[in-house]
Design a protein around this ligand. Structure first.
Ligand SMILES: Cc1ncc(COP(=O)(O)O)c(C=O)c1O
Length: 411
C-alpha cells in the first residue's frame, strides 16, 4: 500500500493543479452581472438583455427546412470532415468573389470552423508560442486577447478607435520592438466600439505586413451587418492580402445561426493549412446536416440579410435616439450589432461595472460594461441591439427612470 505522502494531492484532494496558462487568464469580469441576470430570471423578473451579440431572430425557414431534411439522411449522422465538405467551401469561395471580388481556391484557401471563434483561437494556437507577440485591438473583444495569451504569446494592445492612428502605431511598434510582432489582429466592424474602416485601411495594412513581415488575422464577424450606405470592405479583397493573412467570417450574425456554430477561415494557404492541422487533431468537423443547411443559406437566403440590416438599423435608431433624448452622447454606428455608449455624467465616476449593475438591478436592463473589454473600454457601455424595437423603447424608459438624467424628456 502507498504511504499518504505518495498519494497525489493527499493533503487537499480537491485542489486541481491547472496548467500555468490558465493562471494567465484574469477573473471573469461579466461574472457578477451574469449572476444577477440569472437570479432575476429564476425569480421570474423580466430582463431586457442587451448584454450579448446573440441574435434573437430565427434563421430563414428555408435553412431550418433544409436542416430537417438533412437529418433524415443517415449519412449525415457520421463524423464529417474536419475542414468542411467541399460544396460548402466552394460556396464560401463563390460568395467572396460575388460580394468582394476576392478569388479564393476552395481546396486550400477556405476552411470551415465550429464558429469563427473556434477558428480564430486555434489559428492563434497554430501561429503563436512563447516569445511571440501579437498586436491586438483595444478595446478588446476578449477572445482576441486571450487566444494569444492561451497560446503563450505576448499582447500589445493598440487603440483602434482612430484607424489611421492605429496603423501609425502598428508601424511604430514594428519599428521599435525587438523581436517584431508576429501577428496583427484586426476586427472591423469592431466589437465593441463599432469602429469601421474603408478599403484603403487594408491597403496600408498589407503594405506594413510586407514591410515588417507580420501576419494578419482579420475577424470579419460583422461583414454583412451594415447601415445607411456603408459597406464593410473585406481584407481579402486587397491586392497582396493572400500573401500575408486570413479572414474569419461567420454564419452567426448574417444568417442568425449563432447556436449552429459555423464560420470560416479563408486566405493564406499556409495559415489555413496550419489551422487544418490543429483541427485535424482536435475535432471531426461540424455536424454535416448543419453544413448542408449552410450551403442553402448562402445560395438562397441573402435577401434575408438585407431585411435583417433594415431591422437592426431601425433598432439602432430607436436606441440611439432614445438615449440621446436622455442626454447621452451617442454616435450612431455604421455597422455591427452594438451601440458603444459613453456613460453620462454624473455616472461616469461610478465605473462601468457598477453602472451596469445599477441598470440591471434598478431598471432590469442588462448591458456589457466597457471595462469588460479592457482599460480602454472604461467609461463606456456596450448595448447589443438584439431585442426588438418595442423592448428597446422599454429599455430606454427604464434607463431613463433609474438614471434620472433628463428623464422627463424620455420617449
Ligand atoms: C468580433 C466577433 N468575432 C467573433 C464572434 C464569434 O462568432 P462565432 O459565433 O462565429 O464564433 C463574435 C461574436 O459575438 C464577435 O463579436
Amino acid at each position: 500500500m502507498r504511504s499518504e505522502s505518495e498519494v497525489p494531492f493527499a493533503d487537499n484532494p480537491f485542489l486541481v493543479p491547472v496548467a500555468e496558462r490558465m493562471k494567465r487568464l484574469p477573473p471573469y469580469l461579466f461574472g457578477k452581472i451574469n449572476k444577477l441576470k440569472y437570479q432575476k430570471r429564476v425569480a421570474g423578473i423580466d430582463v431586457i438583455d442587451l448584454g450579448m451579440g446573440n441574435p434573437t431572430d430565427p434563421p430563414h425557414p428555408l435553412i431550418q427546412e433544409k436542416l430537417a431534411d438533412a437529418l433524415k439522411d443517415s449519412k449525415n449522422h457520421r463524423y464529417s470532415v474536419a475542414n468542411g465538405i467541399g460544396n460548402l467551401r466552394r460556396e464560401v469561395a463563390k460568395r467572396y468573389e460575388k460580394r468582394y471580388g476576392a478569388k479564393l481556391n476552395h481546396d486550400d484557401e477556405v476552411i470551415a470552423c465550429i464558429g469563427s471563434k473556434e477558428g480564430f483561437s486555434h489559428m492563434c494556437l497554430a501561429l503563436m508560442g512563447q516569445g511571440d507577440t501579437a498586436i491586438v485591438p483595444s478595446p478588446t473583444f476578449p477572445i482576441h486577447m486571450y487566444s494569444v495569451i492561451l497560446a503563450s504569446g505576448n499582447v500589445i494592445s493598440l487603440d483602434v478607435r482612430d484607424p489611421s492612428e492605429f496603423l501609425r502605431n502598428v508601424a511604430y511598434t514594428c519599428e521599435h520592438l525587438y523581436p517584431k510582432p508576429k501577428v496583427v489582429i484586426v476586427n472591423f466592424p469592431h466589437n465593441p466600439s463599432s469602429t469601421v474602416v474603408e478599403a484603403d485601411f487594408y491597403v496600408e495594412l498589407v503594405k506594413l505586413a510586407k514591410m515588417y513581415g507580420f501576419l494578419v488575422i482579420s475577424d470579419f464577424a460583422y461583414a454583412d451587418i451594415c447601415y445607411d450606405d456603408y459597406k464593410a470592405p473585406s481584407f481579402l479583397a486587397t491586392p497582396g492580402a493572400l500573401d500575408v493573412g486570413v479572414e474569419l467570417t461567420t454564419m452567426s450574425k448574417s444568417y442568425s445561426m449563432a447556436g449552429w456554430r459555423i464560420g470560416f477561415c479563408c486566405g493564406n494557404r499556409e495559415m489555413v493549412r496550419a489551422l487544418a492541422t490543429i483541427k485535424g487533431y482536435y475535432d471531426y468537423g461540424i455536424f454535416q446536416a448543419i453544413q448542408i443547411a449552410a450551403i442553402v443559406a448562402m445560395r438562397h437566403c441573402d435577401e434575408m440579410i438585407d431585411e435583417l440590416c433594415v431591422e437592426y438599423q431601425s433598432r439602432r435608431d430607436i436606441l440611439c435616439e432614445g438615449l440621446s433624448r436622455l442626454g447621452w452622447e451617442i454616435e450612431k454606428p455604421k455597422a455591427g450589432m452594438f451601440v458603444w455608449a459613453k456613460i453620462p455624467e454624473p455616472y461616469a465616476a461610478m465605473g462601468s461595472i457598477d453602472f451596469s449593475m445599477k441598470l440591471l438591478e434598478e431598471g432590469g436592463v442588462a448591458v456589457s460594461p466597457g471595462r469588460g473589454f479592457g482599460d480602454d473600454g472604461e467609461g463606456y457601455l456596450r448595448l447589443a441591439i438584439v431585442e426588438n424595437g418595442q423592448r428597446l423603447r422599454q429599455a430606454v424608459r427604464e434607463i431613463g427612470r433609474c438614471t434620472r438624467v433628463e428623464a422627463a424628456k424620455a420617449s
